[in-house]
Design a protein around this ligand. Structure first.
Ligand SMILES: NC(=O)CC[C@H](N)C(=O)O
Length: 259
């Protein structure tokens, strides 16, 4: 199987490195025709407005929508989550084009500015149940969005308990009685995380996504690149790895545009 990573902007190299560590063919995607033959697609973090403009320039929106509606798995991390959401609040004036398909409302800069970025040990019960390992993961939130509303067919995979200082960064949040927000979800063929698993050494989210591909959603198998079918047995086992050492670096990929 080959997995594509949208490589317009943002942390696509880090996702590619994670996929390769798991023994999977990973391909940088910049043009619509490159989506053909992929078994799944990752939309990385970065800056969603910039990414949307570049996707528009490269005429990617129709092909990306077709890819999603064909049932092939798509995983959005951070800006990628914003991209996949049906609705985004806290967006720039004039709005921004979304791919949509994920029945949720996302707040684009829920946690505030770049300076409010943080790392935390996040409880991830659903991930631990499927992939084994610790009940928490190191989650890196960089000028991160959060999911503030979900439809009934969305499965919540992780929630983050808010501290009092994290509740009032925007008009949408003021007066909100939320004490936690959703930061990871799955809906049919779509997976979305508000944080950056590709910046840590915990490969379980990538492994989780690869299983979505190999299982196929709704029980059907996903065709591989050369007419083959990716089977669960094709996938590497989850690695028994040291997970609490994030490889968080200066997030230079976020510097293209201010919030
Ligand atoms: N780390 C990220 O991907 C940040 C996303 C950013 N909040 C945006 O608007 O796109």
């Amino acid at each position: 199987m080959a997995v594509g990573v949208l490589a317009l902007q943002g942390s696509f190299k880090e996702h590619i490195a994670c996929l390769r560590k798991l023994g999977v063919e990973a391909v940088e995607i910049r043009k619509p025709e490159q989506l053909a033959g992929l078994s799944g697609l990752i939309i990385p973090g970065g800056e969603s407005t910039t990414m949307a403009k570049l996707a528009e320039k490269n005429k990617l929106f129709p092909a990306l929508r077709e890819f999603g509606s064909s049932g092939k798995p798509i995983w959005g991390t951070c800006a990628g989550l914003i991209f996949l959401a049906d609705k985004a609040v806290g967006v720039k004036e004039g709005g921004q084009e979304l791919l949509g398909g994920l029945d949720c409302t996302v707040h684009r800069n829920f946690f505030g500015s770049q300076l409010n970025s943080f790392e935390v040990e996040l409880p991830v019960p659903a991930l631990a149940t499927q992939e084994g390992g610790a009940e928490t993961t190191r989650a890196v939130f960089i000028r991160a969005p959060a999911i503030v509303g979900v439809g009934s067919s969305v499965e919540v995979l992780a929630e983050y308990p808010l501290s009092p200082s994290q509740t009032a960064h925007s008009p949408e949040q003021k007066g909100s009685s939320k004490d936690k927000v959703i930061v990871a979800v799955k809906q049919n063929n779509m997976l979305a995380t508000a944080f950056h698993p590709e910046l840590t050494s915990d490969l379980r989210w990538h492994s989780f996504f690869l299983k979505m591909i190999s299982n196929g959603e709704d029980g059907t198998e996903v065709p591989g690149t050369e007419g083959t079918v990716a089977k669960k047995s094709d996938l590497p086992q989850t690695l028994n790895q040291v997970r609490d050492m994030p490889v968080f670096r200066e997030a230079s990929f976020l510097s293209l545009e201010s919030h």
